[in-house]
Design a binder for this molecule. Structure first.
Ligand code: SF4
Ligand code: SF4
Ligand code: SF4
Ligand code: FES
Length: 572
């Protein structure tokens, strides 16, 4: 069908919402509550347009197109209405922009500038609600909340955690946890997906920038490690193309800041695969209880502990890769370099907010020290680079330090949903048959679909595999599993839709292609790699020969494996 926008005829499809058509055709329509792919809520009203024959302005996100619809997107009336909406939102918003963590990424501030809001039109009315800084991963500042409802919908409809909701009425309306409890005692799993959609600074990661600066000034031997998905997304913060691998630039920047050594967490992803594939092989040989769930995503682990405690035995006992690397840095590396482990501080740079919670889990303390001392998100690293005045785009690239700078292609693809599965199958095949897979690429588990199922034949046995991303998909799968409607031997679960490339700590992006470009970059890095299987990583072989012994051995058990606990409401 045809509709007319600003005097121009354009094509639209039956059932489409006007906003989708306008966006596709490149019209610049502001939105604050719109979530692509989800039903419109019509909460913010900044997307209004003038529709011929209608007395009132209409919200384009919730207006289904009809043949012959005539619309004006930027008439004086529309522009003034949008400006008034923004001014009203600013009326109950603190003038905190100078000190706000969201700073130049705030969508409300950007719209205020765009629509020429230069002074306060309505008196400030504080809602007088305290900040919630109780959570290890997420900080909530309800005063900055514009009640767009995106966080509630993502937590409820995408993640199916439902730990936050609207409460109170009228001017007192707010977003809160059940019984107005603090986030640290709620069922929040720290995934940060709400943070990625919040248009203001009302939801942010629990900032660790000052703590890292203090560590760097402390005289300690401060070591950095970076997760696979960080190098393919950090460049976005510096205006580089989507999916650009900035590994070398990032390593040099970290050194310039004063980190004594920079390691690649992908090395520990290889280590995780050795331990996890061995665990899977053992379970298969000993006819253990299927399925085995991956355990490298702390958001998923907390979700299972909270909502499906009866399945805790199905979780791999492997720590996540950055915890494993922290543990070997403070044991093997410390001894090798003659450094007292208490003088080492490990900072991990992750695409993730849940890692901030994970590093403090008492169950992670295999040795005398915490494996990882501080965890930064990709976004925080970008800010730290700017604080240090580093000319990121023009710095001379360099390589990560040895021995933990060496990695396989399999270790790098951990950052995309399906990557852990693909890496594990490559190594499990070798461990069970003594032979390499003829074809390393495992197409069925690649891509951004939230549920992927596949089969692999390893050592003559058919193994049923499932790859789930987004906790809502995990929930549906677990429910079916409990009812006997699903069967699987090995299941990879990532809390964030699409995996860590779309993690809660990744750059805020309005570009829908960002996540797929980050994932594409990881697979490209893998395919160009000489060593593409974890078990062929030479530094890893040395680590086992000189220190760990063998996968699932006593030292590995002590340093690299952990336990889980069912979570009651009080310690959720
Ligand atoms: S961090 Fe995840 S679980 Fe917690 S409130 Fe946000 S979306 Fe929900
Ligand atoms: S916290 Fe953020 S995402 Fe949630 S309702 Fe408020 S402004 Fe919207
Ligand atoms: S999917 Fe990745 S980024 Fe998201 S919670 Fe899990 S580990 Fe963190
Ligand atoms: S984006 Fe349409 S009402 Fe908010």
């Amino acid at each position: 069908m045809k509709i007319n926008v600003n005097g121009k005829d354009i094509e639209a499809l039956e059932g489409e919402m006007l906003l989708s058509v306008l966006k596709r055709e490149g019209f610049d329509i502001p939105t604050l509550c719109y979530l692509e792919g989800m039903a419109p809520s019509g909460a913010c009203r900044v997307c209004v347009v003038e529709v011929e024959g209608q007395a009132n302005l209409m919200t384009s996100c919730s207006l289904p197109v009809t043949a012959g619809l005539k619309v004006k997107t930027h008439s004086p009336r529309v522009i003034n209405a949008r400006k008034t909406v923004i001014e009203l939102l600013m009326g109950s918003h603190p003038d905190d922009c100078l000190y706000c963590d969201k700073q130049d990424k705030c969508e409300l501030l950007a719209l205020a500038r765009k629509y020429g809001v230069t002074k306060r039109r309505f008196p400030t009315i504080s809602r007088d609600i305290n900040m919630d800084v109780s959570g290890p991963s997420i900080v909530r500042d309800p005063e900055k909340c514009i009640l767009c409802g995106k966080c509630v919908r993502v937590c409820e409809e995408v993640q199916k955690v439902g730990c936050i909701d609207f409460s109170m009425r009228g001017f007192k309306s707010r977003i809160s946890c059940a019984f107005d409890s603090a986030l640290n005692v709620s069922s929040c799993v720290n995934c940060g997906q709400c943070v990625t959609v919040c248009p203001t600074g009302a939801l942010m990661e629990n900032n660790s920038i000052e703590a890292v600066k203090r560590a760097l000034e402390s005289g300690k031997y401060v070591v950095a490690q970076h997760a696979p998905a960080v190098s393919v997304s950090l460049g976005e913060e510096f205006g580089l193309p989507l999916g650009k691998d900035v590994d070398g630039l990032m390593v040099s920047a970290l050194r310039e800041m004063g980190f004594k050594a920079v390691f690649d967490t992908s090395f520990a992803a290889d280590l995780t695969i050795m331990e996890e594939a061995s665990e899977l092989a053992e379970r298969i040989k000993n006819k253990g209880k299927p399925p085995m769930f991956t355990s490298c995503c702390p958001g998923w682990v907390k979700y299972l502990e909270t909502f499906y405690p009866g399945m805790i035995d199905n979780l791999s006992t492997c720590k996540s890769p950055h915890q494993m690397l922290g543990a070997v840095i403070k044991s093997y590396y410390a001894k090798k370099e003659g450094i007292d482990p208490k003088d080492i501080a490990v900072v991990s740079i992750m695409p993730c907010t849940a890692k901030k919670f994970e590093i403090k889990r008492p169950e992670m303390k295999g040795g005398d020290f915490e494996d990882v001392d501080l965890s930064l998100t990709t976004r925080e690293l970008a800010r730290l680079i700017n604080i240090f005045g580093i000319d990121f785009k023009n710095i001379k690239p360099s390589q990560a330090d040895l021995p933990f700078g060496e990695r396989s292609g399999a270790g790098k693809i951990f950052g995309a949903s399906g990557g852990v599965m693909e890496a594990a199958v490559r190594t499990a095949h070798y461990l069970l048959t003594g032979k390499e897979l003829a074809e390393l690429k495992f197409e069925q588990v690649r891509g951004l679909k939230g549920v992927k199922k596949a089969k692999a034949v390893i050592g003559g046995k058919e193994i049923k595999l499932a790859v789930l991303s987004g906790l809502g998909n995990a929930k549906d799968f677990l429910d079916s599993l409990e009812k006997g409607l699903e069967e699987a031997d090995f299941v990879e679960v990532m809390a964030c839709p699409g995996g860590c490339v779309n993690g809660g700590g990744q750059p805020f992006s309005q570009n829908k292609k960002a996540v797929s470009e980050r994932a594409r970059a990881l697979y490209e890095i893998d395919s160009a790699e000489k060593i593409r299987v974890s078990h062929a990583n030479k530094a890893l072989k040395t680590l086992y020969k000189d220190f760990l012994g063998k996968p699932l051995g006593e030292k590995s058990h002590h340093l690299l494996h952990t336990s889980y606990k069912a979570r009651a409401t009080k310690d959720r």
